[in-house]
Design a protein around this ligand. Sequence first.
Ligand code: SF4
Ligand code: SF4
Length: 127
Amino acid sequence: MDKNLKEQILRASGVNVLKCMRCGKCSGTCPSYDEMEYHPHQFVYMVEKGDIEKLMNSASLYKCLTCFACVERCPRNVEPAKVVEAVRLAAIRQQGNNHLTPAMIPDMIDEDIPQQALVTAFRKYTK
Ligand code: SF4
Ligand code: SF4
């Protein structure tokens, strides 16, 4: 188990994975459930166990819509979406793709891209 990776994900997400009681309600409400190999409750559980490489290499990371339905549904206020986001960020960093500067934005602008998507990308990928 890579303890540094686990620590990094826990710190980035701000989530206390130990609060999870594995009820599965987060996964039951997830609109991407059928598309995901690993579901929100599994992200929480697997990060707790340090079983993170599988999550980092999983397409499930990119199926999460960041809709926060799992956050709303969780009776323990665990916020699984933040765990998914933190694992995704760690995977992108590992690939060396975590850098976006303001100068890169004009080339990304396209009339079909909502401005909110650019702001979100900038917030995510300049960390
Ligand atoms: S809803 Fe909350 S407590 Fe239940 S499995 Fe998901 S994260 Fe854990
Ligand atoms: S934020 Fe992601 S993991 Fe949570 S319910 Fe939405 S799609 Fe599923």
